[in-house]
Design a protein around this ligand. Structure first.
Ligand SMILES: Cc1ncc(COP(=O)(O)O)c(C=O)c1O
Length: 477
């Protein structure tokens, strides 16, 4: 039993039964009480807390009527089996979890902070072409664009995505299977609403993409952390820890944030597990386009004969995150169910940006832009890796990564990355602590450092020198 629940109730303005009700909600939301856990009997808890039985009964009745608890007769009362670890967000006034990083890139006075993650090279975006294509759509708005958009997304964009995935990612799908969403989390929302239930268990890479983790936990999913090694997600350990999981979230091309690729044997093992369990794999292929050594790896989806993979991609890295456009490819057998879901949701927003992206792809600008960005990022990555070796080689060790637009640099074993990242942030540097991306504590600490917006070697050197000064305690200015 969580000892917090047995603390004496306060003698303040809030009635005792409401204090108790709040405690239970928070314990369930924080995962301290899990679905199926038995709660103390009314009599036992009343005597433990020194309050009338009626107080406990009143609190339990509220929790039952709101679906938090389920009475099981002689077997006692349990936390509802359909609730996940996070049944509802914690009560705002009493939330005690430390602040978590928020999923948007910060700018100061319109400038991107050095090392900012998740942002492509904003200075290299082809604004003129974009403005021309967007302007044409604005001027020539046809009746279709003025009417209600298809909640599955603008059809020309869905067709352009299906064609692109066939050529570039080895994925064979029709536009009917493609759903345009408001960012990756929009895709996760569709999957949660269509195929999953609150309380479902899912494998989650550890370390793994922080903002997907936060989203899924808030949606009531229970995440089983699965370690990642040099071959990616450890499928073996996952099968031992949570063999009956309903879903697995993976970043097979460049694991987020370590950058390793999921090996072929592990890919096959993962697909086999999903097929056997009738579970779902959510493939997050967020930046497969940027690879600097060897050929881009095909998507896991390209091996998915049994149709267990829900494939997602985003325009946030290849165009810009402000667009808020991503896509989800669903198996043919699930197309109708996903249509039913999107028909009751707000959709991916205005048709205009979707139509602009469709033209950008259809007219060849997209492929040209990717080619240019690949070369540019290889150069900018070199600026950062060289600067780290020169200016911070005595305390940071860069983990070689074949792709992506950030690097992971390890701190010596036993050092704490959280205060260092906080100090860096206080000095205007957007380095992130690897520990924030973990579900389970680990002695391995490191910093995640974005490089896409370093436009020269001198910029990268200056930023790394500031970071070194922060680390060595003499400030970074
Ligand atoms: C691992 C990972 N997945 C997905 C995304 C895309 O998220 P969104 O489409 O919500 O911008 C990102 C963006 O930074 C990411 O790092």
């Amino acid at each position: 039993m969580d000892p917090q629940l047995l603390r004496p109730l306060r003698n303040d303005a809030l009635p005792l039964y409401l204090q108790l009700y709040d405690r239970y909600r928070q314990a369930i939301a924080a995962g301290k009480l899990q679905a199926g856990d038995r709660v103390p009997s009314v009599r036992g808890l009343a005597s433990e807390l020194g309050v009338a039985r009626g107080t406990i009964e009143q609190a339990y009745q509220m929790l039952v009527s709101e679906g938090y608890l389920t009475p099981r007769g002689a077997a006692g009362t349990v936390v509802s089996p359909r609730l996940g670890a996070v049944a509802s967000p914690p009560h705002p006034e009493t939330a005690s979890t430390p602040p978590q990083p928020v999923p948007h890139a910060q700018t100061v006075d319109g400038q991107v902070l050095p090392f900012q993650l998740g942002l492509p090279a904003l200075d290299a975006f082809p604004r003129k072409t974009w403005a021309r294509l967007g302007g044409r759509h604005l001027r020539q708005l046809d009746t279709m664009a003025l009417a209600s958009p298809d909640p599955a997304g603008h059809e020309p964009l869905r067709r352009a995505v299906a064609t692109y995935l066939g050529i570039s990612r080895g994925i064979s799908c029709t536009h009917d299977q493609v759903f345009i969403t408001a960012g990756y989390r929009g895709a996760l929302e569709l999957v949660c609403r269509t195929l999953l239930q609150p309380g479902d268990v899912g494998w989650f890479e550890d370390p793994g993409y922080l903002f997907a983790r936060q989203f899924l936990q808030r949606a009531g999913m229970r995440l089983a952390p699965v370690p990642v090694d040099a071959e990616g997600l450890h499928v073996d350990i996952a099968q031992r820890r949570a063999p009956d999981a309903r879903f697995a979230v993976v970043t097979p091309t460049h694991q987020s944030p370590t950058g390793v690729a999921l090996s072929l044997p592990r890919r096959l093992e993962l697909l086999e597990w999903a097929q056997r369990q009738r579970s779902w794999i959510i493939e997050d292929d967020y930046d497969s386009e940027f690879r600097y050594h060897g050929r881009p790896l095909p998507a896991l989806k390209s091996l998915d004969r049994e149709q267990r993979v829900l494939y997602t991609g985003t325009f946030s890295k290849v165009l810009f995150p402000g667009l808020r456009l991503a896509y989800l490819v669903v198996p043919p057998s699930q197309v109708a169910a996903f249509h039913d879901t999107v028909n009751h949701l707000p959709g991916a927003g205005s048709i205009l940006p979707q139509a602009t992206v469709a033209d950008f792809m259809d007219q060849g600008h997209f492929v040209r832009h990717l080619r240019r960005m690949r070369a540019l990022y290889a150069e900018r990555r070199g600026y950062l890796v060289d600067a780290l070796a020169r200016e911070a080689g005595d305390w940071l060790q860069v983990q070689p990564q074949a792709g992506g637009i950030h690097v992971l640099a390890h701190l010596p074993l036993g050092e704490d990355d959280v205060p260092l990242a906080a100090a860096a942030r206080a000095h205007g540097l957007a380095a992130e602590a690897l520990s924030h991306w973990r579900l389970e504590p680990s002695p391995e600490a490191g910093l995640l450092l974005g490089f896409a917006n370093f436009s020269s070697a001198a910029d990268a050197t200056a930023a790394v020198a500031r970071l070194s000064a922060v680390k060595k305690g003499d400030g970074g200015n």
